[in-house]
Design a protein around this ligand. Structure first.
Ligand code: ADP
Ligand code: MG
Length: 214
């Protein structure tokens, strides 16, 4: 399966989610994690990981691919991996468009905040265009950095549900320090110590939703 972790807003959690899902998937299968963002967050994460933990994740390979050419390279490489996860930049870039034309699934992490939610209409338009060449592309949005209380989560979920071409999925990832703590060390929350059982359970919920039928 080719999965793009996408969206057109920086800071939504794309790189964090891509790395965490990739590590979790690589506990069972060969996984390719592609950094398609010129900010290179995932490349730095991967470099930190291999420096600090050279023995970790023999099933996880990370590479950089940008621009239109990323499309053909991913198609070729995908035959060697069970899954390819592509982390893209927080804009409507050539790389993101190229990746979306070959993806089975685009995951859209969305903090329940106005500036993130306001991008949904544009993402919906982008997906509309992409589906002219990739009509089977599935788009799932979920709350990342969800609030522990209040009504913002519910409001955001309603707006996602009302957005054409994008389906709301119910797994949520809370706003938890475990995610940045693990990420800055080149780890996933499933590997970091001390363990944060809530963060791990949330990641597992998202993971099962994305991969259980594949
Ligand atoms: N669930 C979360 N809980 C707490 N912090 C998070 C969470 N997801 C992402 N972050 C933090 O938010 C910031 C942006 O995340 P990042 O994955 O780099 O976003 P993007 O790739 O979409 O720009 C980072 O500092 C990251 O550690
Ligand atoms: Mg990023």
């Amino acid at each position: 399966m080719i999965i793009v972790v996408g969206g057109i807003k920086g800071g939504a959690g794309k790189s964090t989610i891509a790395a965490n899902l990739a590590v979790r998937r690589a506990t069972e299968y060969q996984v390719l994690l592609v950094d398609g963002d010129d900010q290179e967050t995932t490349t730095l994460w991967a470099a930190t990981r291999s420096e600090n933990f050279p023995d970790k994740s023999s099933h996880l390979t990370c590479i950089q691919l940008r621009g239109r050419g990323a499309r053909d390279e991913v198609i070729k490489l995908s035959t060697h991996y069970q899954d390819v996860l592509i982390d893209v930049g927080g804009r409507d870039t050539t790389t993101q468009r190229a990746a979306l034309t070959i993806a089975n699934l685009v995951l859209l992490p969305l903090p329940p905040r106005g500036p993130d939610i306001w991008t949904l209409e544009k993402v919906s338009d982008l997906l509309d265009e992409v589906r002219t060449v990739n009509p089977n592309l599935v788009a799932w949005a979920f709350l990342n950095r969800a609030d522990a209380g209040g009504t913002d989560n519910q409001d955001a979920m309603q707006i996602i549900s009302d957005t054409p071409g994008i389906d709301l999925i119910l797994p949520q990832i809370g706003d938890r320090k475990a995610f940045p703590n693990a990420h800055t060390q080149g780890l996933s929350v499933i590997e970091n110590k001390p363990r944060d059982p809530k963060a791990i359970a949330e990641l597992e919920g998202l993971y099962q939703h994305c991969f259980s039928t594949n």
